[in-house]
Design a binder for this molecule. Structure first.
Ligand code: G3H
Ligand code: 13P
Ligand code: ZN
Length: 309
């Protein structure tokens, strides 16, 4: 019991054809909502902290909250740095007890990304910490309309093999048409599955990661908009596509936007229905419940990792 690396989680997920959810955390209610769902579902769990979250909440607070989650639930939790963009932030997380870090060198040319990733891998592995790397630029399929654009932004299967072998990374985030945020597709949602199959075929047994994997459920967008939100045209990755990815070597699926939508929709609703409320517990409590319901849904119906602890 305690903070663990993702190694065992990914091994079991790969063999079982399911994915582990990696959920972004920014405060106590978000952590409690996610952890409550993972506990109820007896699911493996990755909690991830972005640079923005560290800045917002103070890294010490977030780490202590995650430690509290482990202490109160007995769950094994992987504490992961999301999108570390240089060596120093990765080192700082390794030194402060994270069990996994992402070095995101995807904006650099191949050789620079490789050199940076290798440096982080060396330091992290020396300290028993695992490393996720990224190859390819995360852009929606709309931003890569023609084959030439896709080939220059999406992960190249042969390069992926070379990158994994030479960097020593433990998992690799690949780009096949997902993107961050609530506006992923202008037209019909579409992912480059042929590319994913090729990468996974060339890297048997190796865990792949899908970023930008929120589904942006219409009911939550509608709820937000109904209660005064302004997010028309939001569109995410259909859940059946995520289930398909989970059966093709994708062991980690990143979800942040859907948590934001669920929490914000519920808080908006509380205020519209109860304009007299001013105790933060009156809206943060329902916000926490909404996160818990969303994560339970992902675990059961999308990731397939219920009872896989
Ligand atoms: O991939 C990014 C995550 O959604 C984190 O977002 O940088 O606003 O914390 P953030
Ligand atoms: P979403 O914005 O689709 O939730 O993606 C989150 C993510 O990839 C965090 O790294
Ligand atoms: Zn991401």
């Amino acid at each position: 019991m305690g903070l663990v690396t993702s190694t065992e989680m990914f091994k079991k997920a790969y063999e079982g054809g399911y994915a582990v959810g990696a959920f972004n955390v920014n405060n106590m209610e978000i952590i409690q909502g996610i952890v409550g769902a993972a506990e109820a579902e007896q699911a493996p769990l990755i909690l991830q902290v972005s640079a923005g979250a560290r800045k917002y909440a103070n890294p010490v607070y977030l780490r202590k909250l995650v430690e509290a989650a482990v202490e109160t639930t007995g769950l094994d939790i992987c504490l992961h740095l999301d999108h570390g963009d240089d060596f120093d932030i990765c080192k700082s997380c390794v030194d402060s007890g994270f069990t996994s870090v992402m070095i995101d060198g995807s904006k650099h040319p191949f050789d620079e990304n490789l050199a940076l990733t290798k440096k982080v891998v060396e330091y992290a592995h020396d300290h028993g910490v695992v490393v996720e790397a990224e190859l390819g630029k995360l852009a929606g399929i709309e931003d890569a309309v023609n084959v030439a654009d896709r080939d220059s932004t999406f992960t190249d299967p042969d390069e992926a093999v070379e990158f994994v072998e030479r960097s020593g990374c433990d998992s690799l985030a690949v780009t096949i048409g997902t993107s961050h945020g609530a506006f992923k597709f202008k037209g019909e949602p579409q992912l480059d599955f042929e590319r994913l199959y090729k990468i996974s075929e060339l890297l048997p047994g190796f865990p792949l990661v899908l970023h930008g994997a929120s589904s942006v459920p219409k009911e939550f967008v509608d709820l937000c908009n109904q209660y005064g939100g302004q997010i028309p045209g939001a569109k995410g990755v259909p859940e059946d596509m995520l289930r398909k990815a989970a059966k093709s070597g994708v062991c980690k699926i990143n979800i942040d936007t859907d948590l934001r939508l669920a929490m914000t929709a519920s808080i908006r609703q509380v205020f519209i229905e109860n304009p007299e409320y001013f105790d933060p517990r009156q809206y943060l409590g329902p916000g926490r419940n909404a996160i818990k319901a969303m994560v339970a849904h992902k675990i059961k119906n999308v990731l397939g990792c219920s009872h896989k602890r």
